[in-house]
Design a protein around this ligand. Sequence first.
Ligand code: AR6
Length: 169
Amino acid sequence: MTAIELVQGDITRESVDVIVNAANSSLLGGGGVDGAIHRRGGPAILEDCRRLRAAHLGKGLPTGQAVATTAGELDARWVVHTVGPVFSTSEDRSGLLASCYRESLRVAGELGARSVAFPAISTGVYGWPMDDGARIAIETVRAAGTTVEQVRFVLFDRPAYEAFAAHLH
Ligand code: AR6
């Protein structure tokens, strides 16, 4: 069974096999977690992303899917980039948010990763309410049936940590 842990902090400081990036479809960088990962990981990550765009991801990475690159100078073996849905009040996109967690774990498992660190996907720039984002994250990882042994949610601030803690226990 996969062990789930919560920590409060900066995901770019984690030592794990895979750090998951809350990216956008372009894979060419952005703010939030994405900006922090590219800043600390260095240019090798962006070079890999550009290679993927030039190869089979010409139109970008669709929402809900995941793809791996080098982790550059991060203390990890790979970064798995996934694209969360933008929150909408008129359309239920929770299936796409769940897919981000499931697909990231699938890609990580295929690589042979045993430990994965996730941010709270879509809960920043993409506007997903933290409590609901936390519920989907934890339910999906619990149900995923992955070979990954350890999943660590790295929450940036106290309210995010507490939202995840409320759904874990
Ligand atoms: N470590 C851990 N969590 C963080 C960090 C960090 N260093 N920085 C921010 N967070 P966001 P999204 C939290 O906006 O909502 C980018 O521009 C943050 O407080 O990074 O999926 C991409 O390129 C929030 O709870 O991702 C896309 O365009 C959570 O991480 C877009 O933002 C996610 O916030 C994706 O938006």
